[in-house]
Design a binder for this molecule. Structure first.
Ligand SMILES: Nc1ncnc2c1ncn2[C@@H]1O[C@H](COP(=O)(O)OP(=O)(O)O)[C@@H](O)[C@H]1O
Ligand SMILES: [Mg+2]
Length: 434
């Protein structure tokens, strides 16, 4: 037992003994005992009163003088308070260091709760989005950044890829937004000013579009002369005849390349897109199959319509994406074989797929197929007259249609390219009851 308790017991025992002795001597044992208990109670009540008043004064002053158990209690509480105050100070210092360092960041940082209500942001974020303290604290972020892309990105929690938006505050500024969920699905949002990068990217796109456009006119002139030369082919020496055929082939390829580059830059520029509409997928597939009959004469083209549902999108874009896949299936199945074009739709998605029995692709190449100018076999590409832009076009078209490309392939056994569309773009046929 601690010393203070031993002393207290000794004091109480002595007190009890003295009051009992006086009680026996005076013949008033109960009165003396009662007086003893009363004195002990009063002294404890007095200490309790002092303790209470000290604690009520938030315990910042020195504890009242006291001896024995109460003195020990006062000291222990005082020590605990001092320790707590110290660790509070340390935490406050650490917090203000974190706050100061994030305030100094060039990147914007925002903390929002699980519903997206703003809790805290640094200076850069405030400047990027025009946030004002304390007015905007507690406001939903979708009220501040009023763009449909951001609304979709935030409410549908599409946080796997960063989002690029125009700054709602500064004209001409482009922002990249990246969101991470933490703790109880609270949002930690990073914002980066990517205006310069964006301008460079725009310059690149403009350059490709302008260069392709400018190349069209001289190519048309060259092709015109080649056609004239072709008409008088028989009058030309043999070596020249071969040259004319070769030049015609190469200028056709160049024309295709320019067409593909122009289509890609139109897809990238996002504006001037034709408005989306509902399209009959069966008709679309039939039109594609008709147009590839000539190059696919050694192949069996099968259409497998598992659904009559319609697809919402741009006819031109869907046509070029789907026909690219069908042409690829023909081009990369040099030994002919079956090509199955399927359209199916269920409650979760709509899938357009093209399955061939051709050369197939090694697994290591699959993730790179949609890169511009990527060809599994460079030689193979030039033999087949491909530009290497087809799948890049497919990827962009699918991006415009909230769809994903899925590729499965086995070398020697063939490949399947599937486009997966979200249900919002699928319209099931109306069933008429009779
Ligand atoms: N169905 C397929 N079977 C085998 N390889 C394919 C198929 N589709 C595409 N590829 C490969 O992917 C590459 C890129 O395709 P694409 O972008 O359409 O360019 P290309 O103009 O060469 O057809 C092709 O060069 C080819 O190597
Ligand atoms: Mg292609």
């Amino acid at each position: 037992m601690k010393k203070v308790w031993q002393h207290a017991f000794i004091r109480w025992s002595l007190g009890l003994l003295v009051s009992l002795t006086i009680g026996f001597l005076t013949g008033r044992v109960f009165l003396c005992l009662f007086l003893f208990v009363l004195i002990v109670l009063c002294s404890n009540l007095h200490q309790l009163y002092q303790f209470h008043s000290w604690i009520r004064r938030s315990g910042k002053s020195l504890p009242p003088e006291a001896s024995g158990i109460w003195g020990d209690v006062f000291d222990a509480v005082h020590r605990l308070q001092k320790k707590q105050r110290k660790s509070k100070k340390r935490m406050r210092r650490a917090l203000s260091r974190i706050e100061n360092s994030t305030s100094a960041l060039k990147e914007g940082v925002i903390m929002a709760d699980n519903l997206g209500n703003l809790e805290w942001w640094n200076e850069s974020a405030g400047q990027f989005l025009g946030l004002m303290k304390p007015v905007d604290r507690g406001q939903p972020i979708t009220n501040i950044v009023r763009s449909p892309e951001f609304f979709r990105y935030f409410t549908q929690k599409r946080f796997s890829d960063p989002l690029i938006i125009k700054s709602p505050k500064s004209k001409g500024m482009y922002l990249e937004i990246q969101t991470t969920l933490y703790d109880k699905n609270d949002h930690l949002i990073f914002i980066r000013d990517i205006t310069n990068l964006h301008l460079l990217e725009e310059m690149r796109k403009d350059f490709v579009a302008n260069a392709s456009h400018e190349l069209k006119t001289p190519l048309t002139v060259i092709k015109g002369y080649l056609e004239t030369l072709d008409m008088f082919k028989d009058t030309l020496p043999k070596s020249m005849q071969k040259g004319v055929v070769n030049m015609t082939e190469q200028s056709d390829r160049m024309e295709q390349l320019i067409e593909d580059l122009l289509l890609l830059s139109r897809l990238e520029s996002n504006d001037k897109r034709e408005t989306d509409q509902w399209h009959d997928v069966h008709e679309l597939i039939r039109a594609i199959v008709n147009s590839v009959q000539v190059i696919g004469k050694d192949h069996t083209l099968q259409i497998d319509m598992q659904s009559d549902s319609k697809l919402y999108g741009s006819y031109k874009e869907l046509y070029s994406a789907f026909s690219n896949l069908v042409v690829n299936a023909i081009k990369y199945s040099p030994n002919g074989g079956n090509i199955i074009i399927t359209w199916k739709a269920n409650s979760k998605e709509g899938v357009f797929s093209v399955q061939d029995e051709g050369l197939g692709i090694e697994a290591r190449h699959i993730s790179r197929l949609t890169e511009r100018f990527f060809r599994v076999d460079k030689g193979r590409g030039s033999n087949t007259g491909g530009t290497g832009l087809g799948l890049a076009i497919v990827k962009h078209v699918l991006l415009h249609h909230d769809a994903k490309l899925d590729i499965t392939s086995q070398v020697g056994n063939g490949s399947t390219f599937s486009c997966h569309f979200a249900t919002a773009r699928i319209q099931q046929p109306l069933i008429h009851s009779t």
